[in-house]
Structure formats: structure tokens, C-alpha cells
Design a protein around this ligand. Sequence first.
Ligand code: SF4
Length: 425
Amino acid sequence: MPTVNRPSRSAEATFRSSARLKELMAAHFTGVDRAAREKSAPVAWCTSVGPVELLRALGYQVFFPENHGALLGASRVAGEVMGRAHALGYSPDICSYLTSDIGAYLARKSPLTRYGLSGAPRPDLLLYSTNQCREVRDWFEFYGREWNLPVVGVTSFRDLGEVEDSHVEAITRQLEGLIPALEAVAGRRLDAPALEQAVERSRTCSDLWRDCLNSSASRPAPLSFFDATIQMGPAVVLRGTAEACDYYRLLKAELSERVTAGAGAPHRERFRLYWDGMPIWGRLRDLSTLFASLGTSVVASTYCNSWVFDALDPRDPLRSMARASLELFIARAEGPKQRYLERMAHEFSVDGLVFHDARTCPNNSNVRFGLAQRLRRASHVPVLVLDGDLNDLRCFSDEQARTNIEAFVEQLEGAVPATAGGGHG
Ligand code: SF4
């Protein structure tokens, strides 16, 4: 999954809080790097929706390789380096975050140089959860072999209909089983109040981030999907810290002001769309500009909501972490996914849904088993499927995407009273 820190675009809103966002992201990268170089704190790599609270409670500095993957995509370094991983036997058809990141390591290239880092900071331990995909385990095991480091994690359930207590118990046991290995590397025992505090901060961050995203239920939407892919940085890399909570208090206040003032993106909002699937990192600016030129706002997404963890509860840290990890959209079966998308389409009053079918991420591509068609029949909301990829731009045709998006908006013009700016519910 994750996220990129980059300047605001003309098609996107400019946020006062962005200055603080840049400081926070820079401090995050340099802080983890310093800990790795000076051995001043244990360093772990963690998957983006993995059990980071355990690491925070044990004093780890935490790096998120998927965030590095997103940076490689947005900076388009990915295209230069993926071939190095392909040559090692990692197929071009598997996760292009994985191939970008391993390729970047092999090629000694990284957009983190802009923060003064030579590359991803070297960890003392790698911690994964397969709640999002199996790919992350393979990805981390590459580095475990390369650097002879411990790789530990949770092997999770996938495609869950209902999240049953038995599922939660099984994951809770696995989380408990991780603790000795995490303690051994950290050189200290897990302190119960520290874990409760980390879970409390993650929950607060999650609630504030959801409030920020939900502000775009207003018309016009003050935070577009494209803005949110930038603003989500702290929710991903600083989950479980006070800094992330403080940041989203700042952003939430700014968004509230915008809602009160009726201020949205700097273009007219004729139509409102929902985005399902991964961002196309190397084309964020182009797509943002294209949608804006068509008077269309992408107001909500599955992706940016992936860092909302409603189940987290500091009074029952491990069990609530287990439940939160299982309730994620990506870990669920088609039925819960459809119900979620119907609810989001209604709550955000969208006129259409865009599904990004990312070639190398089947886990975040939800059009391969008929979901888009079922959703269209059930909700009567028009649906567009865009072929592409998160990082591998060879899978994305600018021309075809433009033609399809323009045709889709024309279709909306015929289906929706333009003066109302859409809405179906
Ligand atoms: S396969 Fe998909 S979900 Fe897994 S790490 Fe890659 S992009 Fe993320």
C-alpha cells in the first residue's frame, strides 16, 4: 500500500498543514535512519497494516517498505530498477512494490536521497502480517536472507465473510507468540501500559484520519482522493505515535474550516466519484488534473480508508489489534466488500465508481470476480474499470485511460442532473 509526500498540484487543494506534514515525514525518515546508523534504538520494518503497536511499545523505530515502494512509484524510479528484481526471478506479474523495492536495493537507488538517506534504513528485525497479502512475507524474507536477520509475522486469514471470535482468538495467539522475538531484539520486556498507550494512539489517529476523510461527504469535497494519498502519510508511518494524532487534529480543523466556508478543490465539482484500488503513483498528478479538467472530484476511496481501524481498543490491546487486522477491507470476502462499497457510495453521494485493476496487485483489485457488475446492478451507480498498476507504468496506457475517463464523464452527464452535481441516494 502507502504513501508519498509531494508538493500540492494546481488541480488539488493547498493545505496550510502541509508544511507540518513535510516536516513530520522528513523527521520520520531521518529518525529511523539515524537509529539504524547509530544503533541508538532498535529498528524494525513493518508491513503497512501490520502490528506496529507492539514495536512502538518496545521502543523500535519503524520503517514501512510499502511507503518506500510508493515513493519509488511516484518518483518513477521504479521503472528504472524493477528489472533488477525480475532478473532474480521475481516475476513482473507480482507486486511491483516488491520488485521496485528489491530492485532499488540492488541498484542502490532511492528517492529517500532527498531526505539525506542513501536508501532504506537497515533494520534489526522484519515484522509482517499477511492480512493484506502473502507478497509481503516473500518481500521481507528476501531481506532476511540478504542480511541474515529475523523475519517474524502473522499468517492471517483472508477472504473472510464474517470475522468470528475464533478468527480473532487465533490471531491474538499469534501476536502473543511474536512478543519473545520482538523483546529479544529490543533487549527489553514488553510493558503493558506502553502497549495500551500505543494502541490508544493508533485508535486516536485512526478516528481523526477517518474524520478528515469523512469531511469529503460535504459538497464541495474539501479533500480529494489525490490530496488524501499525500495526507495519509502520518496515518501509515507514524501510527501509534502522538505526532500523528497531533497532525490530524491540525488537518481536521483546517478541513472543518473549509467545509464551513464551502471551499473544495480549485475546480467546479459537477460530478463526484469513488476510487477503488491502488493509486497509480506515477500518474497521480496527471489523473488529478484530468479529473479536475472534467469538473469531477474523486471524493473517497477504499485505499485511503485502509488506515481506519475501528476495532482498536486500549483496554484489550492484543485482541483488538487482532480484530482490527481482520476487519480490514482487503482481508474480506466479496460480500462484505460489496456492502462496504455500497455504503461508501451512498455516504459520499457519488455519481460513479472507478475501479483500478492493478496488474500486479490482485489483492487490491476488486473487479476480477464480478464485483463491479454486481455493484452496478444493485446500486445503479455507473462503474468504470481502469487498467493500470501501482508502479509498473508499462501496464498503463495514458491514451486509453484518458479516453475511458472522458467517455465515463460523458455517460454521467447523460445520467445525472448536472446542476445537482450528482448523488444517487
Ligand atoms: S501485493 Fe498489493 S497489497 Fe501486497 S504489498 Fe503489494 S501492493 Fe500492497
